[in-house]
Ligand binder design. Structure first.
Ligand SMILES: N[C@@H](CCC(=O)N[C@@H](CS)C(=O)NCC(=O)O)C(=O)O
Length: 245
């Protein structure tokens, strides 16, 4: 009997988790959201840039985020962290019977992210697109950043928002995958969609999602979950056009 009691205690005990990333949402925010929804307390370490070079050398791929579980070695790759964290708590974030639908939704949001990479990178890392370092600060560079980002909002975003609205419709409207509770697909989707309505990226106005009321309602619903409410002050709800100029 004692053995059984101990086993139960161990099974229900949450692991101790230390998540280390920069003090931005970036690729770690979906993991933070999953841990909040799973009800797992975690150490949310946010590295300042001056501290980064020394830590970089110790990480598996010279990148953040890294996660340390129960004081173990640093593990990398945000997608692995998100899926792992989805198995914690009541496991409703990543149930095996919804694996296909969840992975499909994660794939769609990954496609959205990838579609935005050129327009984002031209203003941050122009050398990855064959332009010299500093190109983004030249008149020609500034114009190209504006053109590429405006074109993304006009030509690519509508396609993805259409796919996301269709996915929400198919699932019953609340979450990307049918069910009463959100999944890791929502933890991944919300910050990655919300960045288009936060108004913090040049030429991506906070009004960018206003044409997609179902997507806006979805963001609002997720952000009003008790575990998430109050976390964000921007990018939720339709934005007034005047705020962006
Ligand atoms: N595939 C990795 C990508 C990680 C990554 O790109 N990390 C960036 C920040 S988002 C980084 O550490 N940049 C700093 C550097 O490379 O020095 C993941 O998803 O975890």
């Amino acid at each position: 009997l004692a053995f059984h009691q101990n086993t139960r205690i161990i099974e229900t005990m949450a692991p101790s988790i230390k998540l280390t990333y920069f003090d931005i949402e970036g690729v770690a925010e979906p993991i933070r959201l999953a841990l909040l929804l799973a009800g797992v307390e975690f150490d949310d370490v946010r590295v300042k840039f001056p501290e980064w070079p020394a830590l970089k050398a110790k990480t598996p791929y010279q990148q953040l985020p890294v996660i340390e579980i129960d004081g173990g070695e640093m593990k990398a790759q945000s997608g692995a962290m998100l899926r792992y964290c989805g198995t914690l708590g009541d496991k409703s974030l990543y149930p095996s019977e919804k694996l296909y639908e969840i992975e499909e939704a994660l794939g769609l949001i990954t496609d959205l992210n990838n579609a935005f990479v050129p327009a984002l990178s031209i203003g941050m890392r122009p050398a990855t697109l064959g332009h010299p370092d500093g190109f983004q600060n030249t008149d020609e560079g500034k114009k190209l950043v504006e053109t590429m980002r405006t074109s993304f909002i006009e030509n690519l975003l509508p396609k993805f928002m259409g796919y996301i609205e269709a996915m929400l419709e198919k699932s019953g409207g609340d979450w990307l995958v049918a069910g009463e509770k959100p999944t890791i697909a929502d933890c991944f989707a919300v910050p990655n969609i919300r960045r288009f309505s936060r108004g913090y990226i040049d030429y991506i106005p906070a009004t960018s999602l206003n044409d997609y009321p179902k997507v806006v309602a979805y963001l609002e619903k997720f952000c009003s979950l008790p575990e998430i409410q109050g976390r964000y002050t921007d990018g939720i709800g339709a934005a007034a056009a005047a705020e962006n100029n």
